[in-house]
Write a protein that binds this ligand. Structure first.
Ligand SMILES: CCCCCCCCCC/C=C\C/C=C/C(=O)SCCNC(=O)CCNC(=O)[C@H](O)C(C)(C)COP(=O)(O)OP(=O)(O)OC[C@H]1O[C@@H](n2cnc3c(N)ncnc32)[C@H](O)[C@@H]1OP(=O)(O)O
Ligand SMILES: Cc1cc2nc3c(=O)[nH]c(=O)nc-3n(C[C@H](O)[C@H](O)[C@H](O)COP(=O)(O)OP(=O)(O)OC[C@H]3O[C@@H](n4cnc5c(N)ncnc54)[C@H](O)[C@@H]3O)c2cc1C
Length: 631
């Protein structure tokens, strides 16, 4: 059957709520979401098997993005679709894939890594997988409370299988973390298997349609062949065959960090669409006292809050794609046995995931604030987008922890530079900084990019010098590192920002040659605005580390304000161009037709507190007090 996905999915009545999700209990929310999740899964499976085919052109992302509207919150099968399958595809042997990756598989899985006691420091994970050569099995075991798995999405009630990260023991030797496929519930009855203690962890700030769960193993046995064996093997006699790189097991985290950048771009475009459209409808205060009230989008301070969100959404879309292509390239190399590019990819993914999630949540919150009181309504959808976005600062590698990974990479290159050893071309600017080969400041995108590189060099130098000083004072390396960690994270953050500016600007200039002149002008304005915004935000750092002057900063400020004025007439068009359907935006403030107040009133009328003209609590609690006082 040929389908148009949007129409097809929008017409499945059971996917769309009559009662807004916020009015459901914790249990009802899950049950409502899981009903919808399996309808969506069926569509995805039909697409996969070719039983239905798509007629509209942008579809894989469409199915994914329409989900935001269907669930308002999150698909409880997100980890099944996004992490469980992709980890098997990336880390299981060809035979394992042939067995497990069947489109009609009974397995509903999740990715089980984090424990109550350990999230960031995964070497500290305590769950064990001990090989028993007499039965050709691994024994999965949770030795104590802190080793209970905690957090995995879909684990609480939905999953019947999982990929579990555990310490591998063979004949008393620990070989570190490995991934195992374990069935945890009966495929037919869905009851937990013997030796499995599993449940749901309770309400969270967001993600409340996903049943995040806990899991403990009591000497639970799985076949040896359930260890994911593409990169590493345990043979029948217990021989351990090492991987080509000891961090290949962390590959799923790397891939998810890369994909998250684009997902965050999408969340940003939703928030920008809501806030910009609302700002075009909302009128508040005249600018000159004798004039009518103005659209709040005409206030330059409002433009300052919102246009950076539009620009950032483009930045993360462009950089997300750039990283996706790098990931594809490096994965192909790894397939050929060449691990050379993996450290760089890991360093880039860490800092870009950290900064994209932090930027996205800060900017979504900025959009909410820009909508005044109405942005605080759940019906604006901005609180839900914020709760979803801010979680990404923590999951899949916590912000600071990831920045410190990138810092290791920067410090290595600084050490080379300090020792006057050859540097790769992309770090040649470290040598320039050491030799004080400073470029004369240029108030242009290219000048700002150079300025940001000087900040990276200056901050890496400062962190490195502190590290060396701590070492000279007799500290052990790890302790010296911890003492320098504020400066190290600052260097990483600067590195991420310089990459974002450079990649975005270069890609925009290239894209501009391929589109109409009028579109090219707008795209370049957005890219320039992004660079100017961050140059002004970081002007203190530029003063410290580059050759910028006070006059240059004043000129940057003027140009920035000029750009706000240039972008203003296109602001609504720019968010319309994100092309996000009303059913996906789910916002009273951001709908395409601009009927903000009508929609707010319609939504308010759905409140259960408006069902009775007089709520029964009046008779129970209020009247006895107020009437008594009257007597
Ligand atoms: C249509 C698809 C849409 C997809 C949308 C996706 C949206 C999905 C949203 C889902 C929502 C929620 C899901 C959440 C899931 C999770 O959170 S899963 C759990 C995630 N957990 C983490 O991320 C833990 C973070 N911690 C770590 O990664 C490691 O502990 C850490 C890297 C910090 C340290 O590891 P150690 O083993 O201790 O490392 P160490 O011995 O210190 O060595 C460091 C060394 O190793 C190199 N390294 C580390 N990681 C990697 C890697 N992944 N690849 C390559 N190299 C790596 C590092 O560079 C160091 O090298 P050096 O040379 O020694 O400096
Ligand atoms: C919504 C959501 C969904 C999730 N889904 C999953 C899932 O599907 N599967 C799964 O396995 N896990 C999942 N997680 C867990 C997630 O991966 C962890 O929460 C995350 O890795 C952070 O670990 P933590 O909670 O132990 O934080 P901690 O590591 O305890 O961090 C707490 C604080 O300590 C600091 N800190 C820790 N280590 C260091 C260090 N070395 N140097 C400096 N500072 C440090 C951090 O910066 C932070 O400020 C999910 C989490 C959330 C919130």
């Amino acid at each position: 059957m040929m389908i148009h996905t949007n129409n097809y999915i929008l017409n499945i009545k059971e996917l769309w709520d009559d009662v807004p999700e916020e009015y459901l209990s914790h249990k009802e929310r899950y049950e409502n979401a899981i009903k919808k999740a399996f309808i969506v899964l069926k569509v995805l499976r039909q697409l996969h098997t070719g039983n239905i085919q798509i007629t509209d052109h942008r579809t894989p992302t469409n199915v994914y993005s329409i989900q935001d509207g269907i669930f308002r919150n999150v698909n409880p099968l997100l980890i099944h679709i996004g992490l469980f399958w992709s980890t098997i595809a990336a880390q299981a042997s060809t035979e394992q894939q042939a067995e497990w990756l069947q489109p009609d598989s009974s397995m509903i899985g999740t990715y089980v890594q984090t424990e109550l006691g350990h999230g960031s420091f995964i070497r500290g994970i305590e769950t064990t997988a001990t090989y028993d050569s007499t039965t050709d099995e691994f024994i999965l075991h949770t030795p104590r409370l802190s080793a209970y798995k905690w957090w995995p999405g879909g684990l609480g009630n939905t999953a019947n299988a999982c990929l579990v990260m555990a310490q591998l023991y063979i004949n008393g030797t620990c070989h570190g973390l490995h991934i195992f496929l374990a069935q945890i519930r009966d495929f037919d009855t869905h009851k937990p298997l013997p030796g499995i203690k599993v449940g749901e962890i309770g309400p969270k700030m967001g993600f409340n349609t996903a049943d995040n769960g806990f899991l403990g193993f009591d000497n639970h046995r799985i076949p040896r062949t359930n260890m994911l064996m593409k990169n590493v093997q345990v043979l029948r006699d217990g021989t351990y065959v090492k991987p080509k790189h000891d961090k290949l097991t962390y590959g799923s985290m790397l891939l998810t960090r890369v994909t998250l950048i684009s997902d965050l771009a999408y969340q940003l475009s939703k928030a920008a669409t809501i806030a910009v459209r609302y700002s075009a409808v909302r009128r508040q205060s005249p600018i000159k006292s004798n004039e009518p009230e103005r659209q709040i989008l005409d206030f330059v301070s409002q433009q300052h809050k919102l246009f950076i969100t539009i620009a950032s959404s483009h930045v993360y879309r462009v950089v997300g794609l750039w990283m996706w292509n790098s990931h594809k390239r490096v994965t192909a190399d790894i397939h050929e046995g060449n691990m050379g590019q993996l450290p760089e990819l890991h360093a880039l993914a860490c800092c870009l995931k950290a900064i994209s999630s932090r930027d996205a949540s800060a900017l979504v919150e900025q959009c909410r604030l820009a909508c005044g009181g109405h942005g605080y309504m759940m019906a604006s959808n901005l609180p839900q987008i914020y709760a979803y976005t801010t979680a990404a600062v923590t999951y899949e590698g916590e912000y600071t922890v990831l920045l410190l990974q990138t810092a290791r990479y920067l410090v290595k290159f600084w050490r080379l530079a300090a020792e006057h050893k050859p540097l790769p071309q992309n770090f040649a600017y470290f040598e320039d900084y050491i030799k004080k080969n400073f470029e004369q400041w240029r108030n242009s995108p290219e000048g700002i990019i150079e300025g940001f590189k000087a900040i990276v060099a200056g901050k890496t130098k400062a962190a490195y010098d502190t590290l060396q000083c701590n070492l000279r004072n007799g500290r052990e390396f790890e302790e010296a590192w911890n003492m320098a960690s504020v400066q190290l994270t600052n260097a990483s953050e600067a590195y991420a920002r310089s990459l974002l500016c450079e990649v975005f600007w270069k890609e925009t200039v290239q894209l501009s040659t391929k589109v109409s002149k009028s579109l090219a002008i707008v795209l370049e304005q957005l890219a320039e605005l992004y660079l100017m915004y961050w140059a002004l935000e970081k002007h203190g750092d530029l003063l410290l580390y580059s050759t910028i002057s006070r006059n240059d900063i004043e000129a940057l400020q003027s140009r920035y304000e000029e750009l706000l004025a240039l972008i203003r007439p296109n602001a609504v068009g720019l968010v319309d161009a994100f092309d996000i359907r009303d059913e996906v935006l789910c916002s009273t403030l951001g709908a395409y037709d601009g009927r903000v107040y009508e929609r707010m009133m319609e939504e308010a009328s759905k409140s259960p507190l408006n069902e009775d003209v007089v709520n029964e609590s009046f008779h129970k609690y209020i009247r006895p007090v107020t009437m008594k006082n009257k007597l």
